[in-house]
Design a protein around this ligand. Structure first.
Ligand SMILES: *Cc1c(COP(=O)(O)O)cnc(C)c1O
Ligand SMILES: [Zn+2]
Length: 408
């Protein structure tokens, strides 16, 4: 059934609009990704009458999510991760308003839990008992874990080269794991083919329009947490949300940064924040498709697939599946893409840990590394309100952590 706040699906490239039952995944006309257009008046009314509620999970924001408002809430809470104001890291960098949003503290250890919990809720609601996805590791682990919690089955396509901990996690959660002798892009193609043949519900990042909708909840939390951190109580009751000046986000497929953008755009459209943060997309030089197409001004996703290889396995994508949205999101906020080297990312793992107590996997440290580069290039100023999104825990990739402290 169509969610109360749903207006239409809109194709990210050809702009065609579709009703709720007209498609499952991508645009029936051109095959590109679709986005959801909301009826913000309805959401405003609902927020006025019943507010956000008191849940301590991402479902606190249910009125802003495109799903039935009486879904059964999942048994494991996702989200409401801490926004850390790290005093010693701030001093070390001379950045007085730097924050780390530690999404590695989600149940399976990465931000992907937000999308996966949402997809599982949707699959249960629509009576689709088997869910599949391709993954570099974290999306799969998140789907497997959230599905296990709800008694659902999963089939996960993952490169055999993924870090051991991520593959172990999939198996522990009881997933049917298909190890692919190839890249993430190969796993993705295999998964898409399987979906055509079997009618499993497909969580694939980018092609399923609902993953970024789950991920956008991270922005809602940040807006509330920044307001609490920076505003005096009297003002807080009038303005319970506030956007940071800058969000630094690591980018592979481009779905997280798309979700981050959607979250803040929802709040802005509802008049709950007064500006959009500038989005800084951070990529490794070993996998920099989106940064390249941004630099070239290619917005329709037509740039050719590149070859990619990076120690930041979670952001290794040769033809990123949400490339169109990811380029537009950064452009619309007046942000930038920055590209960093793997060696610097590895050093950053130890630097973040030493000065803040936060343990990041390589792809998460990439956002911090990109933040430093953006400062050095004058893209962001040291005294701005800056949030670095820590997307996954360091325990996911112990080998990379050992590398980061090898000389110590
Ligand atoms: C998936 C992931 C990313 C990047 O998200 P995309 O949607 O692929 O851009 C970054 N960091 C971690 C830890 C991830 O798991
Ligand atoms: Zn289209």
């Amino acid at each position: 059934m169509q969610p109360y706040n749903f207006k239409c699906f809109k194709c990210s490239v050809c702009g065609s609009e579709f009703g709720f039952d007209d498609l499952l995944y991508t645009c029936p006309k051109c095959g590109n990704n679709v986005n959801i257009v909301f009826d913000y008046e309805k959401i405003s009314e609902k927020l006025k009458s019943s507010g956000l509620g008191e849940l301590s999970s991402m479902y606190r924001y249910l009125p802003l999510l495109p799903i039935s408002q009486d879904i059964e809430l999942p048994p494991i809470d996702v989200g409401m991760t801490p926004l850390i104001a790290p005093p010693f890291l701030r001093k070390h960098l001379d950045m007085p308003f730097l924050y780390l949003k530690d999404d590695g503290r989600n149940p399976t250890g990465s931000l992907k839990d937000r999308a996966s919990s949402f997809i599982v809720s949707k699959a249960i609601h629509e009576k689709r008992p088997v869910i599949t996805t391709a993954s570099t590791g974290n999306a799969g682990a998140a789907l497997a874990g959230m599905a296990a919690a709800s008694g659902m089955k999963t089939v996960i396509f993952v490169p055999a080269s993924a870090p051991e901990a991520k593959i172990a996690q999939l198996k522990v959660y009881g997933s049917d794991v298909r190890l692919v002798d190839g890249t993430y892009d190969d796993a993705f193609a295999l998964c898409e083919r399987t979906v055509e043949e079997t009618k499993m519900y497909c969580r694939n990042t980018g092609t399923n329009p609902f993953t970024s909708e789950g991920k956008k909840t991270v922005s809602f939390e940040i807006a509330e947490q920044i307001a609490k951190s920076l505003m005096v109580p009297d003002d807080l009751s009038k303005h319970p949300m506030r956007a940071p000046d800058v969000m630094c986000v690591s980018v592979g497929d481009g779905n997280i940064i798309t979700g981050v953008y959607k979250g803040f755009r929802d709040l802005h459209s509802l008049g709950l924040i007064d500006k959009m943060p500038r989005l800084i997309g951070c990529q490794s030089s070993g996998s920099d498709y989106i940064a390249k197409s941004f630099a070239k001004g290619i917005e329709d996703g037509s740039m050719e697939k590149i070859s990619c290889s990076t120690i930041c396995d979670s952001i290794s994508a040769c033809l990123p599946s949400d490339r169109v949205n990811a380029v537009k999101a950064v452009k619309e906020t007046g942000g930038q893409y920055v590209v960093v080297e793997d060696d610097d990312v590895i050093d950053c793992i130890a630097e973040i840990g030493k000065y803040s107590g936060v343990f990041a996997e390589p792809a998460a440290a990439c956002a911090y590394c990109g933040m430093k580069k953006a400062v050095s290039e004058g893209i962001i100023k040291k005294d701005e309100v800056i949030v670095v999104l820590i997307t996954g825990t360091g325990l996911k990739d112990v080998k990379a952590a050992q590398k980061s402290v090898a000389s110590k």
